[in-house]
Design a protein around this ligand. Structure first.
Ligand SMILES: Nc1ncnc2c1ncn2[C@@H]1O[C@H](COP(=O)(O)OP(=O)(O)O)[C@@H](O)[C@H]1O
Ligand SMILES: [Mg+2]
Length: 368
């Protein structure tokens, strides 16, 4: 039995909207799990059911061996941090951290010691006597984290806690959260729609779409082994190049054609031996997905020749835009690339990184 189990969880709101359709998830003690998905996919609803703030329509929640599905929030031993800094404005930082401990009837000395301890971890010792209005957004969010840490609950829930912070601060508080997790090992479920945030923080990512789980895995798996078209579209900046193509074989090479008809544009995906089991897909339509960083460029050599239409230098990398199979494709190269608009190149695609998806069920096609 896992530390936390969500069994066939479902939520239909009184207005008839089914926000969570069927969530099955097991989380181990100490894990940092990120629920990732677009706005409206049911992330907040899932967290609120865990916290007991929203009634569960169907299914069950087991925490540390105990069925908490219908327990009131207070009896669940779960803490929650929201997007808006839910710190009490009329209390100092120290009072904010101490308040939940007072409610739990902890004695005064123990409370004072705990406040010091978590303030140190969260690097807010110097602000203990300030009021929230005298703090920056990032500092306020650290207070919220300190307060959650102090109660030492069984489970920590965070709903987009960084989204009200500016870009730079978001990254620094993100690093801080990671450090906190390393030091405390608190079992955490963190919600975000930001894939970069999810990848940076998570032990495991749960990709959600329309009230269901699309895929669960490590950052590497979610990014490189996308099981569905939804996941491959959602993960990555710039996003993967995706195109509906027909597969064909030509002189031992796997070729993707789009547009149909004689002389239609085609893309050489590499030696067919790199795609064992591909024979059964010959002539079939599939979705082809290739990440921008898995395409290289070389001198024009007659294969996959195209001209570069746009060059976007980004300092550490350069994004090139070109037309492939009638669509606009992006290529991401490391560093500052010396290339002119209009320059002819040959695209080099890494066959091992090509992903194919079924046009009907939108799931990854497994070749072997
Ligand atoms: N209290 C509510 N009553 C009715 N529908 C709701 C309520 N809260 C959320 N929803 C709907 O449920 C779906 C999921 O919402 P939510 O869980 O907030 O998604 P997310 O956090 O992933 O953006 C959305 O369609 C939203 O409009
Ligand atoms: Mg939400």
């Amino acid at each position: 039995m896992s530390y936390l189990e969500l069994n066939s969880l479902k939520k239909t709101y009184p207005n008839g909207v089914t926000a969570v359709k069927d969530i099955d998830l097991e989380i181990e003690k100490g894990e940092f799990v990120v629920l990732l998905g677009p706005s409206g996919c049911g992330k907040t609803t899932t967290l609120r059911m865990l916290a007991g703030l929203e009634e569960v329509t169907e299914g069950s929640i087991i925490l540390d061996g105990k069925d908490i599905t219908h327990l009131p929030p207070r009896q669940r031993d779960i803490s929650m941090i929201f997007q808006s800094y839910a710190v009490w404005p009329h209390m100092t930082v120290a009072e904010n951290i101490a308040y939940p401990l007072k409610l739990r009837k902890m004695d005064k000395q123990a409370i004072a010691a705990k406040v010091q301890e978590v303030a140190k971890i969260c690097k807010i010792v110097d602000y203990l006597n300030r009021y929230p209005a005298q703090l920056s957004g990032g500092q306020r969010q650290r207070v919220a984290v300190a307060r959650a840490l102090a109660v030492n609950s069984k489970l920590s829930l965070m709903d987009e806690p960084l989204s009200n912070l500016d870009a730079k601060l978001r990254v620094s508080v993100r690093t801080f959260l990671k450090e906190i997790h390393r030091n405390t090992g608190a079992t955490t479920i963190f919600v975000t729609h930001d894939q970069a945030e999810a990848m940076a923080l998570a032990d495991r990512i749960v990709v959600m779409n329309e009230g269901r789980i699309e895929q669960v895995g490590s950052t590497r798996e979610i990014y490189n082994e996308c099981e569905s078209l939804f996941t491959v579209q959602f993960m990555g900046t710039p996003p993967a190049n995706i195109q509906k193509v027909a597969l064909a074989s030509s002189q031992g090479r796997l070729v993707a054609a789009a547009g149909g008809g004689e002389g239609a544009m085609s893309l050489d995906l590499g030696d067919q031996s790199a795609f064992p089991g591909i024979e059964r897909l010959m002539g079939e339509e599939v979705f082809l997905a290739v990440r921008p960083e898995n395409i290289g460029i070389g001198e024009p050599n007659g294969i996959n020749e195209t001209s570069i239409e746009i060059v976007e230098p980004q300092g550490a990398y350069t994004i090139l835009v070109t037309n492939v199979l009638g669509g606009e494709w992006k290529i991401m190269l490391e560093g500052d690339v010396d290339i002119r608009i209009g320059q002819k190149v040959s695209l080099e695609i890494d066959p091992g990184k090509v992903m194919l998806y079924d046009t009907q069920n939108k799931k990854r096609i497994s070749l072997t």
